[in-house]
Write a protein that binds this ligand. Structure first.
Ligand code: FE
Length: 129
């Protein structure tokens, strides 16, 4: 596990989001408009978090998913900061803050919107066949 100092030196933005709970500015992340097939892994520890199959266009400015690739890989925790009642999404294996989950996702796919910071993800692209 990388220490805070190591992560900060290597990737200051990832450090501030994953370890400090910051949010990247909307429409700035590298995966907002990504449509490639593959698996989005945790940028800190490599755990498989979200499949491209669950990614959808939310218009929010952050990569959005209807569900995690494996519910056991994420932890959901109530977050009442900033006067809001939200649910924080955390990487279960390394504790990285990933984003939040909201109940305004596509109704036909479970109604959830996992709103995730691009910087916390690393897309492992599927081999073109
Ligand atoms: Fe992780």
């Amino acid at each position: 596990m990388k220490t805070d100092d190591e992560l900060k030196a290597e990737n200051p933005e990832l450090y501030s989001v994953a370890r400090k709970g910051a949010t990247e500015a909307p429409f700035t992340g590298k995966y907002v408009d990504e449509h490639a097939k593959g698996m989005y892994a945790c940028a800190v520890c490599g755990a498989e978090l979200f499949s491209s199959d669950a990614k959808f266009e939310s218009g929010s400015g952050w990569p959005s998913f209807t569900e995690p690739a494996n519910l056991a890989h994420v932890e959901l925790r109530p977050d009442d900061s900033f006067g809001m009642h939200r649910t924080e999404v955390i990487c279960k294996s390394c504790g990285a803050h990933l984003g939040h989950v909201f109940d305004d996702g596509p109704a036909d796919k479970g109604g959830k919107r996992y709103c995730i910071n691009s910087v916390c993800l690393e897309l492992e692209r599927e081999e073109e066949k």
